[in-house]
Design a protein around this ligand. Structure first.
Ligand code: HEC
Length: 179
């Protein structure tokens, strides 16, 4: 081995060491373990939750009357376009895939003339209150598994309130919102 060979070898060795060192430095930066200030999870309302790392507030459920108070029937009419593929909204409107929804608020469940309801919906009983309609629009299958209403559900509570405000308007004697 000549001196030049030796130098080259050493240089290569040194170079690789630096390279490996850099990689280790980089990975420890990328995969840096997160050190918790407080062991465990900060629960909402727990006194010792550090102020610097507040737990993300669980989406608070706003009561329906509050949502209805700021509901917009015009927006609801637009949001109810998806319903219109299956429902008519006019007084004396025809049954389509689903029953006519004129005056549905306060109407006995499964009572539209000329529509053949599923046993699941027929078995619900009672009248369509705002509360029941809210649950229904959110997830029909959860209310009546086996329903014929093939609608996944509107997950946005304010949009549901808007739709309810629109449904309320479809009546000669609109049912007032619950307090
Ligand atoms: C894909 C078609 C379809 C869509 C979309 C749909 N529905 Fe329905 N809906 C139905 C059918 C079918 C029924 C009857 C359910 C049964 O008998 O099981 C029904 C039933 C209902 C009922 C019960 C009515 C009664 O007389 O008891 C209400 C209220 C209702 N739908 C509201 C809505 C609203 C509001 C929307 C939009 C957010 C909507 N539906 C979207 C098909 C649909």
């Amino acid at each position: 081995m000549t001196a030049a060979d030796f130098n080259r070898t050493m240089l290569a060795l040194f170079g690789s060491l630096v390279f490996v060192g850099l990689i280790m430095e980089y990975t420890s930066f990328v995969f840096a373990p997160q050190v918790l200030k407080v062991p465990g999870y900060a629960l909402p309302g727990s006194a010792e939750a550090p102020a610097s790392a507040p737990a993300p507030a669980a989406p608070k459920e706003v009561p329906l009357p509050e949502l209805l108070a700021k509901a917009d029937a015009k927006k609801g009419a637009a949001d109810a376009k998806v319903c219109a593929t299956c429902h008519s909204f006019e007084k004396g409107g025809p049954a389509k895939v689903g029953p006519d929804l004129w005056g549905v608020v306060g109407r006995p469940v499964a009572s539209a003339a000329g529509f053949s309801y599923s046993d699941a919906v027929k078995g619900l009983g009672g009248d369509w209150t705002f509360d029941k309609l809210n649950g229904w629009i959110a997830n029909p299958k959860a209310v009546a598994s086996g329903t014929k209403m093939a609608f996944a559900g509107e997950k946005d509570p304010q949009k549901r309130a808007d739709i309810l405000a629109y449904l309320q308007s479809l009546s000669d004697q609109p049912v007032p919102f619950p307090k």
